[in-house]
Design a protein around this ligand. Structure first.
Ligand code: SF4
Length: 391
């Protein structure tokens, strides 16, 4: 039906149809960090300062191969993009602006860490159009920051938030919960930063021990331990209540925002919209094909400089995989899974209906207006519920 309608349409409508379905989201990755945090399994690498300029050139070369847009959201993540320094940041941002068209009302986020945040860098970001900063604060307690291997201290984090607030209209701060020995009083103290700086967005992640990280190895040797599940739940309740008091609502499992201040870029990802990407290890999903680029920056630079795509892995997303992602990502969102969408993707109600009903009876999920959401009681067992409902 759709194909026939498009085939008979005049050229201007065809063009509009192409533009309307083109991905409107872009992720750019900068993999460098001042030091590798012992819990981090992101594609990040410490040092290699001498490589930064060549990396920016390669990243811009890949950006110039992308469709020009318009883009609703751009997200520069890392790593630590602000580690590039003023001159390289300016070169990167100017190159992006020269090639891409940003849609009216666009959202352009850049991640920053307090250890490489200053007024000059933030001014460069703002001058080139970045209008949202996401700061890796992680804790307001120096002993926890040292444990996490962070290169900043609490007062530097506070100062970075202050500078960010002056530079751009929207600022988010990340925290980590579930730290060994972290008390409720410390977590409450962490949360005061949102009121103190009048922040409209927060991301809070539970410490996890990911394979390949130093913390994972230390846990394997019995030096570190997961906190007890009841402590996780209590911290989760504490967070939820504190953010509700601040008017920051949980719109995703780990993300809280005032209405209208949600990360539109991340929402697009959670809603399975297509998005372009560029940079070492960056993942794009366009037209059902997911491409992961070379993860090591040196390999990425070499491939891009030789005119290659730097694709380390390219996979077609199967129907089942798509359905599984719909459950997994949808259950993370406050709006929940759109059940009609699940069925439209070929996952029939006959497979999951009785399971959904059982979970409703247990009070772990609720259904309204065709959406299935986790209840507050269901949030702490999100992974179990998700696996139970997935095909
Ligand atoms: S600063 Fe962030 S990206 Fe870099 S190593 Fe630490 S956690 Fe990973």
């Amino acid at each position: 039906m759709q194909r026939a309608a498009v085939a008979g349409a005049p050229a201007c409508c065809l063009l509009r149809a192409m533009v309307d379905t083109a991905p409107r989201h872009l992720y750019l990755h900068v993999p460098y960090c001042a030091a590798k945090c012992p819990y981090c399994d992101f594609n990040s690498i410490a040092g290699r300062d001498a490589e930064h300029a060549a990396y920016v050139d390669a990243l811009l070369a890949e950006v110039r191969r992308l469709p020009r847009g318009p883009y609703d959201t751009v997200f520069i993540g890392g790593g630590t993009p602000t580690l590039l320094g003023v001159a390289l940041l300016a070169r990167l941002l100017a190159g992006v602006r020269a090639h891409l068209i940003l849609a009216a009302g666009y959202e352009w986020t850049c991640e920053a860490n307090p250890g490489s945040s200053d007024a000059e860098r933030f001014a460069v970001l703002a001058e080139h159009g970045v209008n949202r900063l996401s700061l890796g604060v992680q804790s307001t307690h120096d002993h926890h920051l040292r444990f996490l291997g962070r290169v900043h201290n609490a007062s530097e984090a506070d100062r970075a938030i202050e500078l960010a607030r002056r530079a751009v209209p929207r600022v988010s701060a990340d925290l980590i919960m579930g730290l060994p020995g972290q008390t409720d009083a410390e977590l409450r103290q962490d949360l005061t930063l949102y009121r103190r700086h009048d922040l409209s967005h927060a991301s809070v992640y539970h410490l996890t021990y990911e394979p390949g990280t130093e913390f994972h190895a230390r846990r394997g040797r019995g030096e570190l331990h997961d906190i007890a599940p009841q402590d996780s739940r209590r911290q989760f309740d504490l967070l939820w209540d504190a953010f509700t008091d601040l008017g920051l609502m949980a719109y995703e499992t780990s993300n809280f925002a005032r209405t209208g201040q949600e990360s539109r870029h991340n929402l697009a990802y959670w809603r399975q919209r297509d998005y372009h990407a560029a940079g070492a290890g960056a993942v794009s999903t366009v037209g059902g094909v997911r491409v992961t680029r070379e993860k090591h920056p040196a390999a990425y630079i070499t491939a891009i400089s030789a005119g290659g795509a730097a694709a380390w892995r390219s996979e077609t997303i199967s129907a089942t995989e798509r359905q599984r992602e719909t459950w997994m990502l949808g259950l993370r969102l406050a709006q929940g899974v759109v059940l009609a969408e699940v069925e439209a993707q070929g996952d029939p109600a006959s497979r999951w209906r009785s399971r959904v009903d059982a979970l409703i009876n247990e009070g772990l999920v609720e259904e309204s207006a065709g959406h299935l959401r986790l209840t507050r009681a269901g949030r702490p067992v999100q992974d179990t519920v998700t696996v139970y409902l997935m095909p």
